[in-house]
Design a protein around this ligand. Structure first.
Ligand SMILES: [Zn+2]
Length: 400
């Protein structure tokens, strides 16, 4: 007896370029097998979903978000215990949009004091898989404003970050997110409040030392970076994941591919520089860089972002919208739809070191599956067209 069978769907496994018309057999939260529909007809299951006409694909992975900290105060205006309620509300928006796994960032906040441990417990009680990256943050105000996930609710200075502090971050971090800021962020602030946005705050020696601390503790490290010079600092130090990387050169994409350094692109904004253009993302993929696109939610759209007219702030429900200009550019250059969608599934899983478990539809992967009225981004960008969300083999959202 199977727990769940999804039959007759247009299945995008992410392993083949083409959709296959097959049935997915699910047991104990895992994909057990993918078989012909005629075989599935003869099998017994507790629940059968007829996905006739629907696209069936892996749950979406958004590997760079700030939904527990900045987006609770910024969007919901919560400042006390209700920070946790706001986080859950944001998580639900993700699930309803087809996102089943999140790479969440805890970087400390000057006025929000909920500990990362409490936030992890909140995430555990939701249907989502949430992995947490810990880090320090530097906002480009005058003077620079520092925070750290190790000291929530405190305003810090650069002097607070010694090697022991970085070691503490490395121990707690669950994936290479924005663990360090090589350049000060503009955060969600208007330009006049962040005159130091984009300023390099770590030098070559600092970056090498911190990367070595993470590596010596067996952890990969990611960094918030803009500007080719600063990207080079991180590459020279043998860092692992570049977040944003706005302004990286074609030569650097080749170096990234050679060194197996991954790119987390935010084509809508996130730094003081012009964000990753569709052409740059194409160049990164062509060079062979494992690249994901993420919302960095919540994040306002940069004035120079390509093709983002009509979007002001990007939240958890906007991932398909911000992918559209890039995916269309890639399609025009012959990249398959499946290869485009890898940037919000399997590539994001690789960056989060979860690709053994999620990101494709194949035997023994988690049964994190969405059913859609067409191919996301290409056929629709609204989240109502994601009609069903299955997490760990259980139907969690059913809009059918
Ligand atoms: Zn971020």
């Amino acid at each position: 007896m199977w727990d769940l069978i999804i039959k007759n769907g247009r299945v995008l496994t992410m392993e083949s370029e083409k959709e296959v018309n097959k049935a997915i057999l699910i047991k104990d939260g895992l994909i057990a097998d993918i078989v012909e529909n005629s075989i599935a007809e003869k099998l017994d299951a507790r629940k059968v979903i007829d996905a006739q006409g629907l696209v069936v694909m892996p749950g979406i992975i958004d590997c760079h978000t700030h939904l527990c900290e900045y987006a609770t105060q910024g969007v919901h205006k919560t400042v006390g215990k209700s920070q946790k309620m706001a986080a859950v509300s944001n998580f639900l928006d993700c699930l309803k949009s087809g996102v089943t796994t999140l790479g969440e960032h805890i970087l400390g906040h000057p006025i929000l004091s909920t500990s990362i441990q409490e936030l992890k417990e909140v995430a555990c009680d939701t249907a989502l898989t949430v992995k947490f990256a810990t880090g320090t943050c530097c906002v480009g105000t005058e003077p620079l404003a520092y925070t750290s996930s190790l000291r929530p609710g405190e305003s810090l200075t650069a002097d607070d970050f010694d090697d022991a502090h970085y070691a503490g971050l490395a121990v707690e971090s669950e994936f290479p997110g924005e663990n360090i800021f090589i350049t000060a962020t503009v955060a969600n602030l208007p330009p006049h409040l962040v005159p130091n946005g984009g300023k390099a705050i770590l030098d070559k020696e600092d970056v090498s030392r911190i990367v070595n601390i993470f590596h010596s503790l067996g952890k990969k490290i990611g960094a918030h970076i803009e500007g080719a010079e600063n990207v080079q600092l991180f590459l020279d130090a043998n860092g692992d994941v570049i977040h944003h990387g706005h302004g990286a050169t074609s030569q650097q994409y080749h170096e990234m591919a050679r060194k197996n350094v991954y790119l987390v692109a935010t084509p809508h904004g996130g730094t003081s520089s012009s964000p990753n253009t569709p052409e740059e993302i194409y160049k990164a993929l062509e060079a062979g860089v494992t690249t994901a696109i993420t919302t960095d939610a919540y994040l306002p759209v940069h004035p120079e972002a390509v093709g983002m007219e009509g979007i002001k702030v990007v939240g958890p429900a906007d991932l398909f919208k911000i992918c559209k200009p890039t995916f269309e550019y890639l399609r025009d250059r012959g990249v398959s739809k499946v290869d485009c969608l890898k940037m919000i599934t399997i590539n994001a899983a690789k960056i989060m070191e979860l690709d053994a478990e999620i990101g494709r539809i194949s035997p023994l992967k988690k049964a994190d599956i969405i059913l859609c009225k067409g191919i996301p981004v290409f056929d629709f960008t609204d989240t109502d067209s994601v009609v069903m969300v299955i997490k760990d083999g259980v139907v969690e959202i059913d809009k059918s």
